[in-house]
Design a protein around this ligand. Sequence first.
Ligand SMILES: O=C(O)CCC(=O)C(=O)O
Length: 291
Amino acid sequence: MSTPVVNHTWKAMTAAEREQFDEDGFLLIPGALSPDEVEFYRAAVDRVYQNSPSAAGGDALHLLSAVKNCPELAGMLDHPAVFGYVWSILGWNAHVYHSHIDVHPTIREQKPFWWHWHQDGGRQNREIETDPRPRLSVKLAFWLSDVSEPGRGNLTIVPGSHKTNWLVGPPRRDIEWPQPEGAIQVTVNPGDVLFFDRRIWHARSDNFSDITRKVAFFGYTYRWIAIRDEVADLPEQAWWDTLTPVQRQLLGGIGDGTGDHSWGHYPETTPLYGELAARGLLDPSYPPLIP
Ligand SMILES: O=C(O)CCC(=O)C(=O)O
């Protein structure tokens, strides 16, 4: 497993990007992956799909714990073309709490209606009382197939909806209901990355095209929020030692089991803090990045 070499300098998001992200709830980063990287990651995802029970019937695959199930994707965790967006928002005390690989072949027959619209975070949306809800997590979607036209299983979003707690929808998810006002299908090319606020109202859409949709999602949050992915046995895997310390942090593997991973008291033993400090990227004016 050797990921194509990428030469990107780590950089913080610009003030203009931060403003746009705050306003729209997402940023599209075109061409974040090189064609070689797209080929490498797509081949890895194809292998996972072919080895899954979905392959026999040409069914969709929605597989959680992306790196556990496809270690070749580890380079996406802290991909230098886009990781700066993550730490610029969350700071250094972060990990990946939820990730998934999605393969959606062509749909030949219309499926029964299902209202897929949601904000990420599950119970966070019921159990936190503020309006708007706090951001808490952000997500990167790495697109590996051509979704440059609507109807290809595009991610559908309502731009600017991330500070709205309630989206008008059906009384039950299986009751037909029109798309929310302002919804757009995000159009992307292989290698594009979408960075989004977990609160943006979003939904998967059906793929009626001949192109199988392939994408990997990585959700990042603070280390004091539990990891939903399966990570407990990762340090026992043969490939674990090939990861960088930052990648291991992102997969929950820092600390001696006494609790600091999920708390983050100690910047000096937290790899992402060390990397940002060494690169002069800590920022006294932004609380999550104060040196
Ligand atoms: O697969 C998609 O387009 C939607 C993904 C999604 O709903 C999510 O990342 O929460």
